[in-house]
Design a binder for this molecule. Sequence first.
Ligand code: BES
Ligand code: ZN
Length: 456
Amino acid sequence: MDDVLSFIESKKEENLTGLMEFLKFESISSEPEKKEEVKRTAEYLKDHILNIGFETVKVVETAGHPIVYAEWTGAGKNAKTVLIYGHYDVQPVDPIELWDTPPFEPTVRNGKIFARGTADDKGQVFAQLKALEAHLKTNGKLPVNVKLVIEGEEEAGSNNLDPFVRNNKEMLACDTVVISDTEWFADDVPSICYALRGISFIEVKLTGPNRDLHSGTFGGLVANPIQVLAKMIDELIDENGRITIPGFYDDVLDVTDFERENFKKLPFDLEKYKKDLSVKALTGEKGYTPLERTWIRPSLDINGIKGGYTGEGAKTILPSEASAKISMRLVPNQKPEDITNKIIKYLKQIAPDTVKIEINPLHGGEPVLTPIDSPGIKAAQKALKAAFGKEPVFMREGGSIPIVALFSEVLNVAPVLMGFGLPGDNIHSPNENFDLNNFYGGIKAAAHFFDEFAKV
Ligand code: BES
Ligand code: ZN
């Protein structure tokens, strides 16, 4: 490992320049006009992975954005195989005016690199690639066989990766899946994530009158779809912070007291948390602590709402339409399809006759709960300790990575969520960034992981 580590140390600048090149691609998966750019990002990755020393690298077309698939099998049939998953697509950049530097012009300041996708997930994927490169270029080989699946649709729900995984079970066979797409509990607290929330995402549209109307002539008699929608949304959560959709909590798994006690040992600082977000108070389900509310309990959020006149000045209309995007974060053992069906049924039930309702399910992802004593987790513990000098903590995560549950199910492996992000990375927000110490340390941790996993 010494040679590998010195190689990594000597390539710091080069690796940062390489990452910057990757970050310049505007690979926003949810914007149709970025389709060609997303494709170019996949092609760039393919070339990059070939340069690292992989022989088999493919850009696999899908009904959506392409998947980059690569293999290095030089460790031989008796060696273990690690599948590394990550995503090269990124979230949209709006509100663009809140970025201090443009989202696709990577800039380094205060020891961090700023650009869309730095932490989520290009920087973390790049750390994995640079770790592989360090092994291959110093020893001409890796301690394990490696398969890479880097997709371009994670931020849009991974809808096309699903059939790829199901249809390529043999090709993807492995001993563990490693994912660097999560963040640490706090700065300087290396962490291993062992649970993710799932997701069910829908769009609901209400139509009232067949055209926008004069709010004086018609107001008071014709129902206003924005107001109807607001009222329906309000009904989804009660005064105790509980979601009111019938049957919503049926499959929610209770968490042991032991696990809840362990959460209390983590350095959660409520005041700092509020201060950082500039909020005076928090919200949520009664009877649960802040960490429990985001980790072990489901939630429901309106992600966006559309309708009516929002331009300068006044325009007195009673709008014809209103719509909202709604995401629900799910916990074991809730099933996205079941929850989607339940919310659709409930919204239709509470929609008054004054409006027409249309609901469009957009995507779903299962929650994840992994054992914390798997060989992969043990290797990750050693790798993080070796790279960052501290024993990692175990944490859950409120966010989702839709494909992880499917990997465990179809490939029958325990996933390892070894991420290098930090809570201040602003993922999905303006000024997304990735701490450079975590980038460089992440490369080392990933390099140690291959070594450790070969031994466990
Ligand atoms: N990297 C995130 C998941 C994540 C979020 C990990 C927060 C740790 C902390 C991932 O890229 C993501 O954002 N996933 C989406 C999935 C959705 C679009 C299906 C999410 O959670 O919103
Ligand atoms: Zn994301």
